[in-house]
Design a protein around this ligand. Structure first.
Ligand SMILES: [Zn+2]
Length: 84
């Protein structure tokens, strides 16, 4: 028996934050969470992948896409202006 894994909105994994628990996905009906990446992209991700660090950023950020990086830089710049 595996221990049930706690999952709460606001939990942070790498650059992703949990919004809510998602429907189970995949052939093994794995638990999944709806997560929002710092770049703004929202995906459903298998919980064990989040916890192991395999899915700690979205596909855009993982590939280092220029659009994702530009959005990240804009967020960082906005945070710096606010002094946070
Ligand atoms: Zn991202």
């Amino acid at each position: 028996m595996m221990k049930p894994v706690s999952l709460a909105p606001g939990d942070r994994f790498g650059s992703r934050v949990v919004l809510s628990e998602a429907k189970r996905i995949g052939p093994r009906k794995m638990r999944a969470a709806t997560v929002k990446c710092l770049c703004g992209r929202i995906d459903d991700v298998i919980l064990s992948d989040l916890r192991s660090g395999r899915s700690k950023m979205c596909g855009d950020c993982g590939r280092g896409s220029r659009a994702a990086i530009a959005r990240l830089h804009a967020l960082v710049a906005a945070a710096a202006e606010r002094g946070t």
